[in-house]
Write a protein that binds this ligand. Structure first.
Ligand SMILES: C[S@@+](CC[C@H](N)C(=O)[O-])C[C@H]1O[C@@H](n2cnc3c(N)ncnc32)[C@H](O)[C@@H]1O
Length: 288
């Protein structure tokens, strides 16, 4: 949680930063972080973690626009302060993270009365009894699910689908190719340590939908597509290579994907519960 936060802090200080938010620096100063612990890091890391976060912020904002009284439950929030970035003054927000992470959050953040902390594993479903909500929720799991086993993912998705049909889960996942090549090939010590803990990957929306009946992917975005002119040289060369088949280039761009997953049985537009995600949501996000 410190690494991802630190990467975004670095991006917030970049002259062309995709995020430009002084709160990263304020928080870094409060936690007295040993920044050398994360050095060296891949050149693209600050931009990557910032892009992932921007995508999730944007989708969450769209959800709130359609549901001004939305309830959002964020699993594994770490040091992220998304509530403060996207709050519209009326949403309810739950952070569900391990007790030690919640303790650190409580020490450094002041909470609004609409923010609730639940010190619990996402896998211990008793958190559910503490989440008060009448309409479909937005669940967010950023930088978390890769640490769960496929069986744990299946159980969690089955629970969410069965308990919160019509709700949505915004998650990120990397491909098996990315996870295995990083585990084998990376020379960055901290990244190597992190990826030795990764247990889950997913290679397509179709594969994700196969985890339990009733799941459907309503949107997918690739953080790397936002890199633009800041694409690292080695990747730029690979993507420009005429020898590399198109599908391999697609694999590279899609190495990490943010998925918007609709939970529970499909609802048609007539029977949709109020607050459910509109079918045209995906088209409107990022338009322009
Ligand atoms: C890589 S960090 C990501 C933090 C944040 N979402 C971000 O993008 O910066 C992983 C987070 O998941 C939390 N976590 C790990 N296992 C968890 C579990 N079983 N249930 C809930 N949170 C968990 C960690 O405490 C940490 O905050």
């Amino acid at each position: 949680m410190l690494y991802t936060f630190y990467m975004r802090y670095l991006e917030s200080r970049h002259c062309d930063g995709i995020i430009n938010d002084p709160r990263y620096e304020e928080i870094i100063n409060r936690i007295n972080l040993d920044q050398s612990a994360f050095e060296p890091y891949p050149e693209e890391s600050p931009l990557f973690f910032a892009c992932r976060s921007v995508i999730i912020d944007n989708v969450a904002r769209q959800f709130i626009t359609g549901n001004p009284l939305a309830t959002i439950a964020s699993f594994g929030s770490g040091l992220d302060f998304r509530f403060n970035r996207i709050d519209n003054g009326s949403i309810q927000w739950y952070d569900i993270d391990l007790p030690e992470a919640i303790e650190i959050r409580r020490a450094i953040f002041t909470q609004s009365e609409r923010e609730h902390s639940i010190p619990s594993s996402a896998l211990d479903i008793s958190w559910s009894s503490r989440v008060k909500c009448k309409t479909p929720l937005l669940f967010i799991a950023e930088g978390l699910l890769m640490y769960f086993s496929p069986v744990e993912i299946k159980n969690l998705l089955e629970f969410l689908s069965g308990t919160y049909p019509g709700s949505v889960l915004l998650l990120d996942a990397s491909t098996t190719l990315y996870n295995t090549t990083t585990a084998k090939g990376t020379t960055y010590p901290y990244l190597k340590k992190m990826c030795s803990l990764w247990k889950w990957s997913v290679n397509s929306a179709h594969e994700l939908e196969g985890y339990c009946p009733g799941l459907s992917v309503a949107g997918e975005w690739h953080p790397m597509e936002m890199f633009g002119s800041r694409m690292p040289r080695n990747l730029k060369d690979l993507l420009a290579s005429e020898e590399l088949p198109g599908f391999v280039k697609e694999q590279i761009m899609g190495m990490t994907t943010v998925y918007l997953l609709k939970l529970g049985p499909h609802t048609n537009s007539k029977s949709r519960a109020s607050g459910d995600v509109p079918d045209d949501l995906v088209d409107t996000i990022f338009s322009g």
